[in-house]
Design a protein around this ligand. Structure first.
Ligand code: 5GP
Length: 336
């Protein structure tokens, strides 16, 4: 046993110190960013926020709405190929999600079919990215899809961030336990404060030319600004984008009046999700997600504007003309 005594921080533990600036208005702030992917070798451009690959967030309708703002979506893994093929998807801004599987033939079939639409971004998502099996899986997917962007996770420490980049991930997804409907920390006792994880893992990823996505724990646009300030290249959002029209099925929309405009938002490792997709919780597993009852929030457009407005304002407070400059201009003040 060993104890690490240096303080690790969450978003709530810090504030960004304001700095002198020549910026006159937040409208001047450029939020678009272009990145070169280290393995796939192409450039991608967009506002580097990604809707989470949860079945109530990373929907096809959400992808369409967010693409209008230049924002990415990690489309969840439960859509049949025909639905993906039929959807009107932006080639530049969408990731297709896959879980850990032995047989890569289905992934090959899906990505080959979507290549015709220009979609070449893969999200490999597991709750625990620390296993050798997952690292080997990334290697195999990289071999099979040399010209696709691969985002993979989740991990929360620099050693595994490096391992995933070396195995073939262009973007490493960071976050063990910070999610709004995540129960990993209470069920298993495992986790890592998300701001510190982002700072430490960004350094590790960037050292190898890799990119980093901070996934989970953002509850406000201020948290999103802190994640970018900490060094995240991308920030993934679940709860902040949940509860909008674009996330709901027709039945859920119809049932809103009788449910007092409340809807259920559940974690992808919750008993509810496992019941829906795997026929229940396997005997060796525990639910690591919960159900939250959240208010219906209308179209996602207003929320997006509020998030982007907050982010622009954060940049203005520290004199960053571009989102790209935010990390360099960020000094965190630790609250006592
Ligand atoms: P949020 O933005 O809501 O704080 O976090 C979203 C992230 O929480 C997702 O992208 C995913 O990484 C994580 N997540 C989603 N569902 C679950 C779950 O059931 N259990 C755990 N441990 N994490 C989850």
């Amino acid at each position: 046993m060993r104890i690490e005594n240096d303080r690790k921080l969450d978003f709530d533990d810090v504030l960004i110190r304001p700095k002198r600036s020549r910026l006159e208005t937040r409208a001047e702030v450029e939020l678009m960013r272009t990145f070169r992917t280290p393995h796939a070798g192409f450039e991608i451009t967009g506002i580097p926020i990604i809707a989470a690959n949860m079945d109530s967030v990373g929907t096809l309708e959400m992808a369409k709405a967010l693409a209008e703002h230049g924002i990415y979506t990690a489309i969840h893994k439960h859509y049949p190929l025909e639905e993906l093929e039929a959807a009107d998807l932006s080639a530049d801004l969408n990731f297709v999600t896959f879980g850990l599987v032995d047989d890569l033939s289905q992934m090959k079939e899906v990505m080959s079919a979507l290549k015709a639409k220009g979609i070449n971004k893969i999200c490999l998502d597991v709750a625990n990215g620390y296993t050798e099996i997952f690292v080997n899986f990334i290697r195999r997917v990289r071999e099979q899809h040399p010209d696709c962007l691969i985002m993979a996770g989740n991990v929360a420490t620099p050693d595994m961030t490096e391992a995933l980049v070396i195995a073939g991930a262009d973007i490493v997804k960071i976050g063990i336990g910070p999610g709004s409907v995540c129960e990993t920390r209470s069920v298993t006792g495992v986790g890592y404060p998300q701001l510190s994880a982002t700072i430490e893992c960004a350094d590790a990823a960037h050292g190898l030319g890799g990119l980093l996505c901070a996934d989970g724990g953002c509850r406000t646009s201020g948290d999103v600004a802190k994640a970018f300030g900490a060094g995240a290249d991308f920030v993934m959002l679940g709860g902040m984008l949940a509860g909008h029209t674009e996330c709901l099925t027709d039945e859920q929309l119809k049932a809103l009046p009788e449910n007092n405009n409340m809807i259920e938002y559940y974690g992808m490792s919750s008993a509810e999700a496992m019941e829906k997709y795997s026929g229940g919780i396997a005997p060796h597993r525990a639910s690591e997600g919960r159900v939250a009852s959240i208010p219906y929030r209308g179209d996602v457009q207003n929320t997006v504007q509020a998030i982007l407005g907050g982010l622009r304002s954060a940049c203005t407070y520290v004199g960053a003309y571009k989102l790209k400059e935010l990390t360099k201009r960020t000094t965190f003040v630790v609250k006592n």
